[in-house]
Design a protein. Structure first.
Length: 501
């Protein structure tokens, strides 16, 4: 039987794993178990019932034959007559009939003692002792089973057992009937199993085709085809599953459509941002970057690209120093004389593809303005120190020493110049403060520039030195423009002051 030990891989995969094959195997096993149970419960019971029926039939014959035997005994019949009676009864019963006396000795045998052994007929002694009908099944020396019935015969007056009649018949008829039933049961079970397997395979294959349609629809949905529909051909569980599957496809299609809309909207927002935005996965690869990020970094980014290769080293180190315990890091990096970037790194999660964000903002102008502000404050400190020391010195001389009128006049003139210098510096500081806070206001109106320039020129008439003069004759009169009169005069004042120094 070595052919039963074929490797599993030699069995076709379709047979091994299909629903039809599995259902057929399960049904076959259940059916075989049921047949075995039926066989074990029916066949022994049938055999026992047939044996009991056979013994009951033999017992009836034995009882029936006891009356003529008792009559012959009472008449003192000879053995020849007894042999005649036993053979006549045996022919009617189609069985072997033995006549024994009260002690169990054989008196007559329908087969003339052929193959007789007293030990095979122990049922006779049992009937004599019990005083009533006894039956049994005995295996003969020839290997065959025999059913036996023994009836004691009583003398009417003394109620004494004067003999026993034994009727014996082969059980071959019972065995043949049981064998036939067994064969019929096996054949019927085999035919029923074959028909059941065919029906099971057909039905399960039909169900499997419906399941495969749902599977094919699921694969198409996985590939992005949300318009696929599975036909609903019944209202059973698979039909309900197909309907639910179609509803799921509709909802998934609507959900993915909404996701696409949101993605396009987010892309438009990212593209319109002036700040650079870079999305990074857990492995340190860029998965999204807007045009502003490419412009600020001065290079094209093709996701997925390693973050380390796309950003300066100091920005990469800022991102790498971030963790769940320190989810946000910020710093400003001066990359060159002309560019400075403020970088904010934010940790989102380590359970999704997008795990962190880098936001880049160009702060080059702010850095330049801050540098100019620091330079201006340093220069302003120097400019404040000089006139203050000068005024302090003049005041100390005028207070502690006797000076003539000419020297005093020169001192006062110089002191006024230093005061004017401090006033100009104060105005510049005020303008810088207003510009920094955004509080400076400009009120535009129609202004004659020639008039503004002449007015400012007259302010410098007393301070012109070395023969320098302000000539406004070449300026058209009038010269109209839309501007803030006070701010324009301030600009002209600065220009003239620089020119006359």
């Amino acid at each position: 039987m070595s052919f039963l030990r074929l490797p599993l891989k030699t069995i076709p995969n379709k047979l091994r794993f299909s629903i039809a094959a599995r259902l057929s195997v399960v049904f076959s096993l259940v059916f075989i178990m049921v047949v075995i149970l039926i066989y074990m419960s029916v066949v022994p019971s049938l055999e026992q019932n047939l044996a009991n029926q056979k013994k009951s039939e033999l017992g009836n014959y034995a009882t029936l034959f006891s009356e003529p035997y008792l009559a012959a005994y009472n008449e003192g019949a000879q053995s020849t007559y007894l042999d005649y009676l036993t053979k006549q009864a045996a022919a009617k019963a189609d069985a072997r009939i033995l006549l024994m006396d009260g002690s169990g000795d054989l008196l007559s045998d329908s087969l003339n003692g052929q193959g007789y052994q007293a030990s095979d007929y122990a049922v006779a002694q049992t009937a004599i002792k019990a005083g009533r009908l006894q039956t049994d099944v005995v295996n003969h020396v020839d290997g065959k089973a025999y059913a036996m019935a023994a009836v004691p015969v009583f003398q009417e007056k003394s109620n004494h057992v004067v003999g026993v009649i034994v009727v014996s018949a082969s059980m071959s008829g019972v065995d043949s009937a049981v064998s036939m039933v067994q064969r019929l049961l096996v054949v019927a079970a085999g035919m029923a199993l074959a028909l059941a397997l065919i029906a099971t395979y057909v039905v399960s294959n039909f169900l499997a085709r419906r399941v495969r349609k749902i599977e094919a629809g699921a694969k198409r949905i996985a590939n992005g085809d949300f318009g696929v529909r599975v036909p609903v051909t019944s209202q059973d569980e698979l039909g309900q599953l197909a309907g639910t599957f179609n509803d799921m496809g509709d909802r998934l299609g609507a959900a993915f459509q909404q996701v696409d809309v949101e993605k396009r909207r987010a892309k438009l927002l990212l593209d319109d941002l002036s700040e650079g935005v870079i999305g990074i996965d857990t492995g340190g690869h860029i998965i999204v970057a807007n045009p502003a990020a490419e412009r600020l970094l001065g290079r094209a980014i093709e996701p997925p690209a390693p973050l380390k290769e796309c950003v300066p080293g100091e920005i990469f180190e800022l991102w790498r120093s971030m963790s769940a315990a320190s989810p946000q890091r910020e710093d400003t990096f001066i990359l060159s004389e002309e560019q400075a970037l403020a970088v904010r790194s934010s940790f989102l999660t380590d359970q999704a593809e997008l795990s962190s964000l880098l936001v880049l903002r160009d702060v080059s102008q702010e850095v330049k303005l801050e540098r100019s502000r620091r330079d201006f404050i340093a220069n302003a400190s120097h400019e404040l120190k000089t006139p203050l020391f000068s005024l302090g010195g003049f005041l100390e001389i005028l207070q502690d020493e006797e000076v003539d009128e000419q020297t005093k006049t020169e001192f006062i003139t110089t002191m006024r110049e230093q005061v004017d210098r401090l006033a100009d510096l104060a105005r510049n500081l005020l303008d810088l403060s207003q510009m920094d806070s955004g509080a400076m206001s400009v009120r535009s109106s129609s202004v004659d520039l020639r008039e503004v320039i002449d007015s400012v020129a007259r302010e410098f008439a007393a301070t012109q030195v070395g023969g320098a003069t302000v000539d406004t004759s070449r300026i058209p009169d009038p010269l109209l423009a839309s501007c803030d009169r006070e701010r324009t005069a301030q600009l002209v004042r600065i220009l003239l002051d620089n020119a006359l120094k």
